[in-house]
Design a binder for this molecule. Structure first.
Ligand code: KG4
Ligand code: ZN
Length: 337
């Protein structure tokens, strides 16, 4: 099945042409970073307007790069939640109109399901596995038994990991989004004795907390004379990343062990983090548990990932009706076949 896939849940407008939920013919992303950077975070109204401006030319380009005509398409998959309602509505409305005009089916896809299943664009990972969705809005661990089958094992009780990366970067006067900038700084600086707490590390559950870690960084910065030197900023970024990576890797591996899961898929924007990848690789070098990461382009928001579950559902004869709505809050456990 040849699908157009669309993603507009936050600050990237993305379109992809994917065959059989597997073969990516084109996958293009129009980032809005420039638009939101001066505000230090995503401004929902501006995001919706930009999605609206770019979605038509973006889809035209995705088709052109794939060498496909709109009339060749057999379905449309679109993120319908969770995310910013106004932003989601642009993709959902476009998908409906496009599918209606072409008389093809369309399906609303859960953004986090798409992140977790993105790995299938690169390789098969046998079920069950532990799916860790670590992004700007989520730090959630699931037992994954198949597409449409998720059981929540643990989650952040406050901020998402990506949100903490972004907020710490803001405190340090670095740009937005902060994750990639902190990642780069941490790779070239040593924490040199700066150490931050590891919230909930030794708690006997699979939950996370990043708000306390963020506050500890703030108190540390407030205790230093201004302005901070480049060296100090690098040390703090490195110490923060060390704490975040320590908690994430330790608790994810422990959750997999306790649940008897031998495979882990780490997905979402924070899964791009090089420190996190290196640590997981080192920690699993001599144990049976295998850790899989989609390549960075497929970890961050993109549309190809939306096609994986979209193709599966459409192939099962499932599709959305024209009453499909954008849902800002949608627990993954509630998706079903
Ligand atoms: O999955 P994603 O692109 O969008 C959401 O669904 O939220 O994730 C975005 C988040 C942002 O908080 C961003 O700072 C973070 O992922 N991120 C990173 C890295 N690249 C992106 N965090 C840490 N290290 C990175 N290399
Ligand atoms: Zn995402």
């Amino acid at each position: 099945m040849l699908l157009l896939a669309l993603e507009s849940s936050c600050d990237e407008t993305a379109a992809a042409i994917v065959r059989d939920g597997r073969e990516v013919l084109s996958n293009i992303i129009s980032s809005q970073i420039d638009l939101h950077a001066i505000y230090g975070g995503v401004v929902p109204e501006l995001a919706s307007r930009r999605h609206l401006e770019v979605i038509n030319p973006l889809v035209a380009e995705a088709l052109q790069r794939a060498g496909v005509a709109a009339t060749d398409l057999q379905g449309v998959a679109v993120t319908s939640g969770p995310g910013l309602t106004g932003a989601l509505l642009v993709g959902v409305s476009f998908a409906k109109a496009f599918a209606y005009a072409l008389k093809i089916p369309f399906i609303g896809v859960h953004h986090i399901e798409a992140h977790i299943q993105a790995i299938r664009l690169e390789q098969e990972v046998a079920y069950p596995f532990l799916g860790a969705a670590i992004s700007g809005g989520h730090t959630h661990l699931y037992r994954v038994d198949g597409i449409g089958s998720y059981r929540l094992l643990g989650r952040t009780i406050d901020d998402a990991a990506g949100e903490a990366f972004d907020k710490v970067a803001k405190m340090l006067g670095l740009g937005y989004p902060g994750g990639p900038i902190i990642d780069k700084l941490a790779a070239s600086h040593d924490a040199s004795g700066v150490k931050f707490p590891r919230p909930l590390l030794n708690r006997d559950n699979h939950d996370f907390s990043f708000s306390g870690l963020k506050t500890a960084v703030l108190h540390h910065i407030q205790g230093l004379p201004e302005p901070l030197s480049g060296q100090q900023i690098g040390q703090i970024a490195s110490a923060f990343q060390e704490a975040a990576v320590d908690v994430l890797t330790t608790k994810i591996l422990r959750a997999a062990e306790q649940e008897g899961l031998e495979r882990i898929v780490v997905a979402g924007g924070v899964a791009c983090n090089s420190g996190l990848r290196q640590r997981f690789t080192a920690l699993t070098a001599s144990i049976k548990t295998q850790v899989f990461f989609p390549k960075p382009l497929l970890c961050a928001d993109n549309a190809a990932m939306i096609a994986v579950a979209g193709d599966y559902y459409l192939s099962q004869g499932k599709s959305s009706g024209f009453d499909l709505n954008a849902v800002s809050s949608w627990p993954l456990e509630q998706v079903s076949l």
